[in-house]
Design a protein around this ligand. Structure first.
Ligand SMILES: NC(=O)c1ccc[n+]([C@@H]2O[C@H](COP(=O)([O-])OP(=O)(O)OC[C@H]3O[C@@H](n4cnc5c(N)ncnc54)[C@H](OP(=O)(O)O)[C@@H]3O)[C@@H](O)[C@H]2O)c1
Length: 317
């Protein structure tokens, strides 16, 4: 039962990771300001969420089925909400894809866009008209630092997040007129099933059609570097959930919200040199020449993230 003073928050992809933590954190808000509709593709996956929510389940947290890739599922879920009223829509559901482009079937690439790009648009199309009519609402999209800067061997995933950034940047301008806010959350690496699925996938996969040089770069340089980065510099899903709560509760929510200050210099490089040469060369050297010295690079980056760059991020604390 939603109290009139509570904000209705709908979150996609709550069976694990960031979505699960966001749902629990908002449902356990001390002031009980939110009623969270935590959605997932298959309610058989609900146990972890229900356990983490504890007493909040059935009070400030309810569950619903929603597959962002299905028009019917999205419509059914929103039709099931009283007056189709959603104050805050958090588009969190997403899937990853890594590997040499030549080895990935187009169908697999389309699945990433269907979830990460069209899935978000499907949700926004269903919820936005009511927000515009009410002249209020907040749409949050969990993007990635890879939606701002491309990373080798993440070409298609990164493209899906770039596409989302472009879509949202355009839409935010229109929504401003209707007092509807749009915010991007841009995490770096986060310790969730995402990373586990990626590592498991890589162990089982073959990479047909990939030349030996590229395969060597992927398996012997990129993968160990990626694992190191996740281990050394990854955030917890709680931290990303805390950043998102801050954005929701801000009196003037920002459009872009990097959650990990370590990544602000990488994004800053891009804005410092609009030709793109500086960022492509720097990331090339970090991967191909400095991979083994990653810890040194990261420490240097920590120092580089001085005051002005940190202000680009939203701190979880
Ligand atoms: N982990 C990272 O390093 C990282 C970094 C930057 C951004 N992100 C972004 O953060 C978001 C959440 O990822 P995560 O790290 O929390 O990974 P995760 O633990 O794998 O969670 C992804 C969630 O999305 C759900 N999902 C996948 N396809 C769906 C669909 N068609 N309809 C509805 N739900 C679907 C999954 O549900 P099922 O259980 O049904 O598969 C799962 O609940 C993603 O958008 C991701 O791109 C992650």
């Amino acid at each position: 039962m939603v109290c009139p003073e509570q904000k209705v928050v709908l979150i996609t992809g709550c069976s694990s990771g960031i979505g699960l933590k966001m749902a629990v954190m908002l449902a356990k808000d001390k002031k009980k300001r939110y009623h969270v509709i935590a959605t997932m593709r298959d309610l058989k996956q609900k146990d972890k969420l229900v356990e983490a929510a504890g007493d909040a389940h059935g009070k400030t947290l309810s569950l619903a089925v929603l597959d962002v890739c299905s028009d019917e599922s999205v419509k059914q879920c929103i039709d099931g909400i009283k007056d189709r009223h959603v104050d805050i829509l958090i588009n969190n559901a997403g899937i990853g894809l890594v590997g040499p482009v030549e080895s990935i079937p187009i169908e697999e690439m389309k699945r990433v866009f269907e979830t990460n790009f069209f899935g978000v648009i499907r949700m926004i199309k269903e919820v936005m008209p009511e927000m515009k009519r009410r002249r209020g609402g907040h749409i949050i999209v969990v993007s990635s630092v890879m939606g701002l800067q491309g990373v080798a061997f993440n070409d298609v995933y990164s493209a899906s997040k770039f596409a989302m950034e472009g879509f949202c940047e355009s839409l935010a301008i229109q929504l401003f007129k209707f007092n509807v806010t749009l915010s991007m959350i841009e995490p770096g690496p986060v310790h969730t099933e995402f990373e586990v699925k990626m590592i498991q996938d890589m162990g089982q996969k073959e990479f047909p059609g990939t030349d030996p040089d590229t395969l060597h770069s992927f398996k012997d340089l990129y993968l160990p570097t990626a694992v190191n980065i996740f281990e050394g510099y990854g955030q917890s899903p709680e931290e990303v959930a805390r950043c998102t709560k801050k954005v929701i509760e801000s009196s003037r929510p920002r459009f872009r919200n990097l959650t990990n200050s370590l990544y602000s210099p990488i994004v800053a490089l891009k804005y410092a040199d609009e030709t793109g040469t500086l960022s492509i060369r720097t990331i090339y050297h970090m991967l191909y020449n400095l991979g083994p010295l990653l810890h040194v690079c990261a420490t240097a980056m920590k120092y580089l993230t001085c005051g002005c760059l940190r202000r680009r991020t939203v701190s979880p604390n």
